[in-house]
Design a protein around this ligand. Structure first.
Ligand code: ADP
Ligand code: MG
Length: 225
């Protein structure tokens, strides 16, 4: 519990910081990007450098956007009962191409008893996108991702993602959700931080079990009513 509390303190501090800083970074960034593009259009030289500058600017922009999302839930949190099947299938249609390109098959098993889930839809979608992306990225040689939705107990709903990916060594599990913790060359290490924050805003929690070389079981537990 103490570990959880510590993590949530860290998250809200980061969220507040994000609100102010992200916004301030955006404007100068847009100006720089505009002038880089202008200079690029005036010459045929240094094309590689221009490309690098623009893609690095794009990366800053992406990280800033992730941070801005973090700051959002506190302001516009609006819970509604949403159709969980629709929600998941929406997400899957977004990630279809990525899954196919990576030879990942996705299977869903949703308890017919469960129709809807109390959530802020866009936020929960963000969580699912991040978790599913991580699962796909963990299976560079393809594999199966199973998504299950069912009752965990009388009051809680379990949304479980089981992949056959690289897994996570036990000693690294506590690092998950820390800002900028990533083992990927192009990773941001912000996805899971956002997931923890959003699930927490939903009064739920996340449990991760993993076997290196075998795969990962990523559980999101949300209150039923
Ligand atoms: P990113 O995906 O940008 O690296 P995340 O916050 O989404 O950042 O994830 C942080 C790290 O957690 C990843 O770099 C990876 O090491 C680990 N991770 C998350 N999900 C999985 C998974 N399903 N299988 C293996 N490792 C994972
Ligand atoms: Mg990720």
């Amino acid at each position: 519990t103490e570990e959880l509390l510590r993590k949530s303190d860290k998250l809200s501090a980061v969220g507040q910081l994000a609100a102010g800083v992200a916004h301030e970074i955006r404007n100068p960034l847009t100006a720089i990007k505009g002038f880089v593009q202008l200079l690029q259009s005036r010459t045929n030289e240094n094309r590689d450098y221009f490309d690098i500058m623009l893609s690095e600017l794009e990366r800053i922009n992406y990280i800033v956007s992730e941070f801005m999302l973090l700051a959002k839930p506190a302001q516009v949190i609006h819970f509604e009962q949403r159709d969980i099947r629709k929600l998941i299938h929406n997400i899957l249609s977004l990630l279809d191409t990525q899954a196919i390109m990576n030879n990942v098959q996705i299977q869903t098993e949703i308890d017919p008893d469960i129709q809807s889930i109390m959530c802020e839809e866009n936020q929960l979608k963000q969580v699912f996108v991040n978790v599913i992306k991580n699962a796909i990225e963990a299976m560079p040689n393809g594999g199966l991702l199973v998504i299950q939705v069912r009752h965990k107990n009388k009051s809680d709903i379990l949304i479980r993602f089981i992949d056959q990916g690289c897994g996570i060594p036990k000693e690294r599990l506590p690092k998950l959700g820390e800002p900028f913790y990533s083992t990927k060359e192009k990773g941001t290490g912000l996805g899971l931080m956002m997931c923890f924050k959003i699930v927490e805003d939903h009064h739920g929690h996340i449990q991760i079990k993993s076997k290196p070389g075998k795969g990962t079981m990523f559980d999101i537990i949300l209150p039923g009513e």
